[in-house]
Design a protein around this ligand. Sequence first.
Ligand code: XLS
Ligand code: NI
Ligand code: NI
Length: 438
Amino acid sequence: MSGFFDHISPIQYEGPESDNPLAFKYYDKSKKVLGKTIEEHLRVAVCYWHTFCWDGSDIFGGGPFDRPWHGSVNDHTAALMKLDAAFEFFDKLGNPFFCFHDTDVMATAETPREHTENFRKIVDAIEAKMASSQTKLLWGTANMFSHPRYMAGASTNPNPDVAAFAALQVKEALEATHRLDGAGYVMWGGREGYDSILNTNLKQEMDQLGRFVAMTVEHKHKIGFKGDIWIEPKPHEPTKHQYDRDVATVYGFLKEYGLEDEVGVNIEPNHATLAGHSFEHEVEMANALGIFGSIDFNRGDPQNGWDTDQFPNDLRENTMALYYILKGGGFKNGGSNFDAKVRRQSRDAEDLFYGHIGGMDLLARALQNAAALIESGKLQAFTEQRYEKWESGMGKLMMSNNATLGDMAKYCLKENNSPEPVSARQEYLENIVTQHTK
Ligand code: XLS
Ligand code: NI
Ligand code: NI
């Protein structure tokens, strides 16, 4: 035991009337919503990186967080201390899943051989920890953006030796995810993008990324990993132009390289807003394209133009997102990963709990709101009625490939209709959402 969270008791559900800041008010994990428990719907995960690796440092100064495992060297002993603390946290919070990057969990390594050795050693320890814990792995990933070798990208690097190092990391991380029975594997683009077109061969880089993702898919099948692979779209940061800009761009990329049946998306609301979209737009776009996978729940700051990774607290935004998630059939292998960090001045162990408790309570409320919206059927009924004319007549002929442009024109002239505009009732629909945001 790390002892770091000794002063905190396991977090219990106490209901909305409770005054206890270290209790759930809404996350009643066994409560049934639309036939499944809240826990089964949300599949909440704690992320290793923001929660246990970040020391609070920013570009202007060092880390104010006091975490005993953050010594001067990140060796295997420190990695084991961090692992103890992480599982103590999971066991107390009661989150069913966690997520990690290879470099989050392992001792720092410089060479490829050192990387493999250090990573495999800690994966053994993680496996042992998981054997005596309830917490399962939602997804694994490889960090191919922090080390200076990845300055100019991983698989999109001008130097194939860098891509080979990235291949080693992905191979190891994917195999570890498989071994730890993870539900998915995430590929966030990291530095797969560019800052200046003057020094960049864009087509070459995109082809490299396409081949790299294809190799990852091939390896998944080779080792028999049955989980999903998800790309996490983000428009910029760290590079000016990230190749995986948003859900629609990722879909185009997957189509181009023949991967659309193999790879889905891990959507992050803060990335959606950076791309100029709403969170629910990205969810519904993924549903429409058949690539919805998982969510990294966080929020941006409306006045800041970067990825602030704050815990979600906007009930309406998350009600809307969960409505579209439920409408699309809900999570399968995916889940709700808190890719969120407490603020730099929230330096205590308690603050890590407040952040996660708040996020889990918020999602539990949003889920119940979304379920009530589904049950009321009003939004769905309105949209269905709005498009119902496509079910018959000329609309049906067009959509079943049985009409040409000429046929449509001929029909139009024959009917000689001047169609009347019809209200889209936006405010009426928004009021329904407001009524259900509780
Ligand atoms: C960064 C991403 C990252 C991924 C995992 O903006 O959100 O944290 O989720 O590599
Ligand atoms: Ni993320
Ligand atoms: Ni992010």
